[in-house]
Design a protein around this ligand. Sequence first.
Ligand code: GCW
Length: 738
Amino acid sequence: MLPPIFRLTFWLSLAALTSAAFTPARAEDGYRLWLRYDRITDEPLRARYATALQQIVLSTPTGVDSPTLAMAREELAIGLRGLLGPEVKITVSNRSTVELPSWAELKSWYDKYRNPPEFYTLRHEPSDRVVISSVSDIGVLYGVFALLRHVQLGLPLAQLDTTSAPKIQRRLLDHWDNLDRFVERGYAGQSLWEWFYLPEIRSPRYRDYARALASVGLNGVVLNNVNANALILTPVYLRKVAALAEEFRPYGVRVYLTARFSAPLEIGGLKTADPLDPAVAAWWKAKVDEIYTFIPDFGGFLVKANSEGQPGPQEYKRTHADGANMMADALAPHGGVVMWRAFVYGADVKEDRVKQAYSEFMPLDGKFRDNVVLQVKNGPLDFMPREPFSPLFGGMKKTVMAPELQITQEYLGQSTQLAYLAPMWKEVLEADTFASRLVDLDNARQGVLIASSPTATVAHVADGTLHQLPLSMIVGVANTGSDRNWTGHPLAQANWYAFGRLAWDHTLTSEQIADEWVRLTYGSDPKVVATIKKILLGSRETVVNYSMPLGLHHIMAEGNHYGPGPWPIANTTRPDWSPPYYHQADALGLGANRTATGSNALEQYAPQLATLWGNADTVPENLLLWFHHIAWDHQMKSGRIFWDELALRYQQGVNEVRVIQREWDSLKGLIDNERFTEVKQRLVRQESDARDWRDACLLYFQTFSHRPLPAGVEQPAHDLDYYKTSVIRFAPGHPGAK
Ligand code: GCW
């Protein structure tokens, strides 16, 4: 171990390397994300800041420097030098010199979110001193990023004083990255993790990645794919994982791994992976102990079991709880958690696929250990452009649940098309589950007093406040890769940013987040800000309109999931992988009947919702075909018949892309040419893709409706056969690419 002074020098020199890595290779390649720190061009504003920000105190209980505080100082120095010019005096001090929030204030945060260490307080003192304080170094680093954001956004210093704490404890990115660097459903190049070169050779990008995570308050990362490879748990790979963990640690980012359930067979030499077999439990315990020798702050395991070919406890006639608890017991002594995925559906398709996760897991409520988190996709199916929230959020009351959101746009145009996803996530997070609050023995035993709450939204489930559970977590499937701009589509950076901001504070609005991101990424020219914000905010609904409007779902092309494919998949043994299973088109109409006369998926929701959504006249129109089979001549709210409405929605989607194109074109000369051109080209492709969606879907559904396209809908460019036979080959991110 180096003496402290050398350690500090070491960290600082690494930090210098990091900052150098953020200098773009060419003018505007997007590498700097939202951490640009370009000089403020409004001179009076810059001068005001420069006067007011002459001294910054980083205050922690110890007042002693650490790797994290070194990063905080470095970030501040780089940031303020870039934004303002003159050097700022930065000191580290202990708590005695500044006033922290009162104990009562802290306690109320703690009681609410059980998560005090990461909060920060910013205070602008009349003596032109800014104090950033926390009870932890990472809290101070978050405060530094908040101060820099404040200045980048040009906000008045009078508004600086604030205390902020994350509402959710564990805020993670999940990478679906394979050891060969292929990223499943990744559209931004290869995996960032260069496994072959690790642990000795460490790309400066590791630091830059962790820095970006910390800047939006994310604190964990699952490095590898849920379709897992047990090799990651062998010492050769654990050494590499430890190197990444070391790179991320100063930024408060903990590492998690996926655990393949059959690992005891594959790398342990056992004959079984039965979770109730003592030898299996002992193997996992020893494996976990070993992992902690490599990575002392290891976060835990993520497991996809008995789903899409992944092994799991059911092979041994054991439940998901048996499997999860066995791993949880191994992790508990170290403070680790198991994230067990609820994305399961049987190969035998006995029941409507959207009902299966609920049927499987509801009976297990209350049977999981305290350190098990059930990771639940936002909707009951699979990251469609629009789904109702998963009924598990309203159903389970004794199980910690983490919403799993997909940042990578598997079903929303990948990184070719534009879809700003904050509005989609907010729709889920703000959905009222109508779940009743739990006052039960467990809580009474813990002495937890449950206050009444007006609503029981998915966000209240996620942040743990609804049922007062001890853990809280939210997870986003990453859209990052080795592309120089990290996310492929330049505007898809906004989704990474938005996920982090919402994970920290789910009460932020989509509009606020878009406003921040645009200013940080493209500057504060009012026309640029207004135009890009408008483009972003409507973009998800536009994708819905031209791909799966009115509650349609799962009608995308087979395998690569990119373009349209509403027709049956030839030769499939699984009806639930074939789109007609979901749209049920026939001579009468379109849509899945999930009311009591159909699969009755509605019964999995609270009675209030089942009633509202069970009636075709009261269900929100955007979920109509999710729950109802609608006659082609059904009268819609617009006064049009359903077929005409459907066709016009598709057309509207195409029209909206054209509007976006015009709006983007109006930015020429106002933003840099590189990013302008990159987005412009993608929008040309998106317009053509949108037409394909419209034409392919309408031609196919027309074979059932036998009705003409209404006025206002353009005639298709080709016949149906053309679309059915246009197969996209070698699509990025598709595991079976051919
Ligand atoms: O959406 C489906 C994807 C699979 C993915 C799976 C899952 C990682 O098409 O590629 O596998 O979901 O979430 O497990």
